[in-house]
Design a protein. Structure first.
Length: 605
């Protein structure tokens, strides 16, 4: 590998005094400072609009389109980072959300970076659904001179890991585009893999296109934004804030089958902020019993010193690693070091469905018990199998204007029986069962660009939030109340029982009395002979919902994606068909237009 230059070449277009000054500065810069300065100078050059020949650099630059599909904002953040680096390398860059991309431009694209996440079991992000459907169809155009590369974001706890990225990568190739760099599939800890991929991708595009002055691109160094303190908050995902728990309330009444808790954390001194609709990322601790059991099944010692972490193994397992999420990828990663013949036979291609069925409800401990290694594995081998502890995202249940220096969460405990063992959600039971006021929790705030209040406070809003899906709507109503906004507010809430599961009942009652909440419709599914859900209440109020939508109302849904959100979506289409006098396909188009215009927003999980 050639060594990076530490001084200007003799033919550099500077006077002697300029060279001496610049050489003196260059010798003092570290890698991150060099990357930042190169990006700054590239931007300055574009601003002045002059290339080496005196012509505008915009007219001679090679075009590159960065297409992203993002559910929680991670892919969008990667797209912005890629844009900075591509501009520095001499490209004329266009960054576009798949939701807003003009499909007619596809055949003209020369260079495309695709950065896309996978949502749930292999689905595209909500904003990318239409583009994905079009691109996978026969209507998609053929490419003649298009270069592309794909970075996929996903979560190995799901069976269809990075499936959306895989589909885009395959489809670009099928349509005749040239793959510049192999696709990379990243887990929830995506930052380092993305930086490595981007550091390879941009030079590959430079080599293929001759981008940059005189056919040569400036040196490409991946910019580490965390090194530029003035551009980012002190606390964030890479450096979470230790937030003290101030208040803890179990929202369910005695006798409820559920455990849903309200938690209030102090953000004082953190510099963290948020808007209604945003989320909090929480880094949990593994349950002590889970750690103890993991040590037992692997034969490792709790008090073993882990050199890289400068902690004992017990603490490393409690805080740094995911000990529960088992998936086919982990089984395949484990097989070569386990050398278990039964596992090797189990992982044959024709056993894919059997593997999927076996994985349900099982944890990593079950892998070691069911398929023990031929020889005892050492600590490094076992830690090498585990992924880092991923943060869990929770919708924020408070308005910062109503509660300065605080953030509130609404958390439902996940607990169930599987394979004769009691299973517990890692983060939900950590928050609801193992911390108390005064304890601190590692957290950060994350902006959700796809879920927000209308700019105009006079705009009516309809909120569908059963169960813990109520959380962001508490924030919405608090915000509108704090700002004195006069727009009408209509809430649909549902749960099992009125007496034990009416979350924040007193608050909603008070908002109704104050006139802040205009309408409240509830559905308690276990209080009637026939189960009644929020979508049934919607149909009962179809005429009024349609009238509000005709007034320009925004429509929001938060909660379970697999059933509730799909049923609510179909109910809304039916309302548009019946109340608007539309054919079903026309009603579907009308609802899609609501989504495109951001008047229909979903925060589902």
């Amino acid at each position: 590998m050639s060594k990076s230059p530490t001084s200007l070449p003799e033919n550099a277009p500077f006077g002697q005094k300029q060279k001496e000054a610049l050489n003196s500065l260059i010798s003092t810069l570290d890698a991150s400072q060099t990357a930042w300065l190169s990006g700054f100078l590239a931007g300055l050059g574009q601003e002045k609009g002059e290339g080496a020949s005196g012509h505008s650099s915009e007219t001679s630059a090679v075009p590159m389109t960065i297409l992203y599909g993002s559910e929680s904002g991670n892919a969008e953040g990667c797209a912005d980072e890629a844009a900075n680096l591509a501009k520095n390398a001499g490209f004329k860059v266009s960054v576009c959300d798949m939701a807003d991309y003009d499909r007619s431009n596809l055949p003209k694209e020369e260079n495309v970076l695709v950065i896309v996440s996978t949502w749930g079991e292999g689905d595209p992000p909500e904003g990318a659904v239409d583009f994905h459907e079009y691109f996978m169809s026969d209507a998609a155009p053929r490419f003649k001179q298009t270069n592309f590369a794909v970075f996929a974001l996903g979560d190995t706890s799901y069976a269809e890991f990075c499936e959306c990225g895989k589909q885009f990568d395959r489809r670009f190739s099928e349509l005749g585009a040239t793959r510049i760099l192999d696709r990379v599939d990243s887990d929830v800890d995506y930052e380092e893999p993305f930086s490595k991929w981007l550091g390879l991708a941009i030079p590959k595009f430079v080599d293929a296109t001759g981008a940059g002055q005189a056919g040569k691109a400036p040196s490409v160094a991946v910019m580490d934004n965390s090194s530029i303190a003035k551009d980012v908050p002190v606390f964030g995902k890479k450096n979470p804030f230790q937030a003290p728990l101030k208040t803890f309330i179990n929202l369910n009444g005695r006798g409820s089958a559920k455990e849903t808790c309200h938690l209030e954390f102090s953000l004082e001194g953190s510099g963290l902020s948020y808007e209604p609709g945003d989320v909090v990322g929480v880094f949990p601790r593994n349950c002590p019993e889970v750690v103890e059991d993991f040590l037992k099944v692997t034969g490792l010692r709790a008090d073993e010193q882990v050199e890289d972490a400068q902690q004992v193994l017990n603490e490393v397992l409690a805080t740094r690693h995911d000990l529960t999420s088992l998936n086919a990828l982990l089984l395949k990663k484990y097989a070569p070091i386990a050398k278990n013949k039964q596992l090797d036979a189990f992982l044959q291609p024709d056993k894919k469905e059997d593997v999927k069925e076996w994985l349900w409800g099982r944890e990593i401990r079950d892998m070691f018990l069911e398929f023990p290694p031929e020889k005892k594995l050492d600590t490094a081998q076992i830690l090498g199998l585990l992924r880092k502890m991923p943060p869990r995202l929770y919708s924020i249940a408070s308005s910062l204007r109503a509660h300065p220096d605080e953030v509130h969460l609404t958390v439902g405990s996940v607990e169930y029986q599987a394979h004769d063992r009691h299973r517990k959600g890692v983060c939900s039971t950590y928050l609801n069962q193992r911390i108390k006021p005064g304890d601190t929790v590692s957290l950060y705030t994350h902006h959700n660009k796809n879920f927000f209040l209308p700019e105009n406070g006079e705009t009516p809003i309809i909120m569908i939030g059963p169960g813990t899906g109520i959380a962001p709507f508490r924030a919405f109503v608090e915000e509108r109340d704090a700002l004195g906004q006069k727009g009408k507010n209509w809430l649909f809430f549902g749960d099992q029982h009125f007496n034990t599961d009416f979350l924040y009942q007193l608050e909603w009652t008070n908002y109704l009395k104050k006139g802040v909440l205009d309408r409240l419709d509830v559905a308690f599914s276990r209080d009637t002979d026939h189960k009644i859900y929020v979508q049934h209440r919607m149909k009962e109020k179809a005429r009024d919902i349609y009238a509000w939508m005709q007034e320009g109302a925004y429509f929001y849904v938060c909660g379970d994606a697999n059933r509730m959100a799909k049923d609510v979506h179909q109910a809304l289409i039916q309302i548009y068909a019946e109340e608007g006098g539309l054919a079903l396909d026309a009603a579907e188009i009308a609802v899609k237009e609501l989504q495109k215009s951001k008047r229909y927003q979903r925060d589902v999980y």
